[in-house]
Design a protein around this ligand. Structure first.
Ligand SMILES: Nc1ncnc2c1ncn2[C@@H]1O[C@H](COP(=O)(O)OP(=O)(O)O)[C@@H](O)[C@H]1O
Ligand SMILES: [Mg+2]
Length: 340
């Protein structure tokens, strides 16, 4: 339990505070530690109960690492991750021992991008979904577990009879439904969905997103919804955070970010998204130059400056911090803020 949780708002479920996750790099003949990848480098955000926070950014910017850090699938180098448990206790997940983390795991589940590699191909779908139940509710009787599995399958739009089938007998979309059913088995409060529809056909993506929205309403779920594409998160997210090379560069209400993006990176990401109505012209198209630099060779100052159309010499000097531009809307770019 956290003692100084006084400033942990009652309407907050998850409070990520200045989190850093650095991966050590080993090299040379003796595999010495020769450096580190600063995959997440000082990230802060909060998520309210029942809310969906979209986390977007190009491949390699640290989204998966951030998500895994929350459930401690990777070691957190620094910072705090405060979480309000079902019983009301506020815990700092960063400091929890393995043993103490186990019951919290039941309350925060993760869904992965590739439902095929995350489901054991040799297990029946029923066993896959039942596994978290056997871990977290070991005393549950077989009959009750089967009943739960059938109920979960129906909740995700499949049928109880399909429990005896194997993952390869399902389509990609159905497999992701199985992954969702498995995540819901322990009745989590929070689900971290890591690009849950990126591997699916475009025609199937909306169905799975709609299912997740229905389940959110029915079970009062809170989502951290990771995507590399703003168009997917727009519909499901209440707020969106945009990441670049391990930092959040802009965070705000989904609508605001979509209609009035402020950070040049957010604007560039949006320029790449096709508009549903082609007669609507975006005010200023911004095309990104080059590739994301390696996090091993992160530029000094603002990490985006090497690709930024607005960059000035001063951008090399200091790492920009998030500053409020409107209620609930923050941007880390002194240049756009100065220009207004
Ligand atoms: N286990 C690891 N060891 C070392 N570097 C890693 C590891 N996992 C990810 N990385 C690096 O961390 C950075 C962020 O990766 P990731 O969190 O997967 O980004 P994203 O999900 O946004 O694509 C990348 O540069 C990636 O190569
Ligand atoms: Mg990823």
């Amino acid at each position: 339990m956290v003692n100084d949780s006084a400033d942990f708002g009652v309407d907050t479920l998850l409070d990520v505070r200045n989190v850093k996750i650095h991966y050590p790099i080993h090299g040379g003949v003796f595999l010495r530690r020769i450096g580190e990848v600063k995959a997440v480098d000082g990230v802060s955000f909060t998520v309210k109960p029942g809310e969906t926070l979209g986390l977007v950014g190009e491949s390699g910017c640290g989204k998966t690492t951030m998500g895994k850090g929350v459930i401690r699938l990777v070691d957190v180098t620094d910072g705090e991750i405060l979480f309000r448990r079902k019983n009301g206790d506020v815990v700092d997940l960063v400091g929890l021992e393995r043993q103490a983390m186990r019951p919290v795991r039941a309350e925060i589940q993760m869904i992965f991008q590739d439902p095929y590699s995350s489901l054991n191909p040799r297990w029946s779908v029923g066993d896959i979904i039942a596994e978290p139940l056997s871990v977290h509710s070991p005393d549950m009787k077989r009959a009750e577990r089967d009943e739960q599995v059938a109920w979960l399958l129906e909740k995700v739009g499949l049928t109880g009879e399909q429990a005896d089938r194997y993952p390869h007998e399902f389509s990609g979309g159905q497999r992701q439904r199985v992954g969702i059913a498995r995540a819901l088995a322990t009745r989590p409060r929070m689900v971290i969905a890591d690009e849950p529809v990126s591997a699916l056909d475009v025609s199937i993506q909306a169905q799975v997103v709609n299912l997740m929205q229905d389940l959110q309403e029915e079970f009062g779920l809170t989502y951290l919804f990771i995507a590399h594409d703003l168009s997917i998160v727009e519909h499901i997210s209440h707020r969106i955070a945009v990441m670049y090379l391990g930092n959040i560069v802009e965070i705000g209400p989904a609508r605001t970010l979509y209609e009035e993006p402020v950070h040049p990176y957010t604007r560039a990401l949006l320029s790449a998204v096709p508009l549903p109505d082609p007669s609507l012209e975006r005010p200023e198209r911004m095309v990104l130059k080059g590739e994301v630099p390696s996090p091993l060779a992160k530029p000094s100052g603002c990490p985006f400056r090497t690709r930024c159309p607005l960059a000035e010499p001063s951008c090399a000097e200091e790492m920009p911090v998030l500053q409020a531009v409107a209620m609930d809307h923050e941007v880390a770019c002194p240049i756009v803020l100065r220009k207004g």
